[in-house]
Design a binder for this molecule. Structure first.
Ligand SMILES: O=P(O)(O)OC[C@H]1O[C@](O)(COP(=O)(O)O)[C@@H](O)[C@@H]1O
Ligand SMILES: [Mg+2]
Ligand SMILES: [Mg+2]
Length: 338
């Protein structure tokens, strides 16, 4: 789309203008969250530019290190982590940072106005980097519980305490989806302007979808409710059409499609990994926050996902999230099995 003429329109909503408008809803706001979000946006633009040049700039392949999860780090994992740590620290508004790539929480010294904690997955979908499939960044923001001294307790809070969450998808276009607790909005990067423009205002997930999304290669280890759900999706009893399967293997891309088209995304626990694979703080919570804000649901197999209370910063949890009715169905199967 050519924004050359549009750029002069006063109703063209950039993410900067959107965040400033949001700030004005809170008369007591001092602009700290606005500055913090602007720095996250800058980090996303930087990573987006690196991802698009990855093959040319020798940014694909392994970095040679293993992260805290025992996973081999890709060069882009390391680069994206550095970008976001720098962007967040230099905002002067963060006190506690948790990254998938760093074993311990980072406590930012000299952050005079650091009232916020940011949890993030700097590069999600690492296994898809080398073949050019969509990848992303996920983040969630908390406020310090009290005082100005951050502790790990500030991030070991339930997801219901999150103030804002979002993700940026580096795909056929660069899309940033954000919620500050008043609905969900999607912005697309116009590379010629270097600005994210509001392209998906007030996203609402369809109440019921036609797609299920799961790594079926793990089916032999699934529990009974997950197995039954997928069986019903493929062989519906009431004469309804079977659901389609879509699975990219990048949570950001699978959740983005689920948000726009409806359906369910699941990474269940199984016999081999009872807690599943996805990490509570920087994968499960931000995506569950966005789903609820868009009218969907997020469930762990036991409880509303946002009510989980993590005991460790890299905790994992099973997750089923998406359209309201589809998540109701899996909840009913777990209730039956209990
Ligand atoms: O390959 P699997 O087991 O299906 O796992 C896919 C999941 O793993 C992840 O890639 C994990 O995230 P990271 O790439 O950030 O480690 C998710 O994006 C995705 O949903
Ligand atoms: Mg991830
Ligand atoms: Mg990652």
């Amino acid at each position: 789309m050519d924004h050359a003429a549009d750029a002069m329109r006063t109703d063209l909503m950039t993410i900067t203008r959107y965040v400033l408008n949001e700030q004005s809803r809170f008369p007591e706001a001092r602009g700290d969250l606005t500055i913090l979000l602007n720095n996250i946006v800058l980090g996303c633009k930087f990573v987006c530019s690196s991802v698009s040049k990855a093959g040319l700039a020798k940014l694909i392949g392994l970095a040679g290190e293993t992260n805290v999860q025992g996973e081999e780090q890709k060069k882009l994992d390391v680069l994206s982590n550095d970008v976001f740590v720098n962007a967040l620290v230099s905002s002067g508004r963060t006190n506690v940072l948790v990254s998938e790539e760093i074993e311990d929480a980072i406590f930012v010294e000299k952050a005079k106005r650091g009232r916020y904690c940011v949890v993030f997955d700097p590069l999600d979908g690492s296994s898809n980097i080398d073949c050019g499939v969509s990848i992303g960044t996920i983040f969630g923001i908390y406020m310090l519980k009290d005082g100005i001294e951050g502790t790990v307790e500030d991030v070991l809070q339930p997801g219901t305490a999150m103030l804002a969450a979002g993700y940026c998808m580096y795909g056929s276009s660069c899309t940033l989806v954000l919620s500050t607790g008043a609905g969900v909005n999607g912005f697309t990067l116009d590379p010629s302007l270097g600005e994210f423009i509001l392209t998906h205002p007030d996203i609402k997930i369809p109440k019921k979808g036609k797609i299920y999304s799961v790594n079926e290669g793990n089916a032999m280890n699934w529990d009974a409710p997950t197995t039954k759900y997928v069986q019903n999706a493929k062989f519906p009893k009431d004469g309804a059409s079977p659901k389609s399967l879509r699975y990219i293997g990048s949570m950001v891309a699978d959740v983005h499609r689920t948000l726009l088209y409806g359906g369910i995304f699941m990474y269940p626990g199984d016999k081999k990994s009872p807690k599943g694979k996805l990490r509570v703080l920087y994968e499960v919570f931000p995506m569950s926050f966005l789903m609820e804000q868009a009218g969907g649901q997020a469930f762990t197999g036991k409880e509303r996902a946002l009510e989980l209370v993590p005991t460790h910063i890299h905790d994992r949890s099973p997750i089923f999230l998406g359209s309201y009715d589809d998540v109701e169905e899996i909840k009913a199967l777990y209730a039956e099995a209990a």
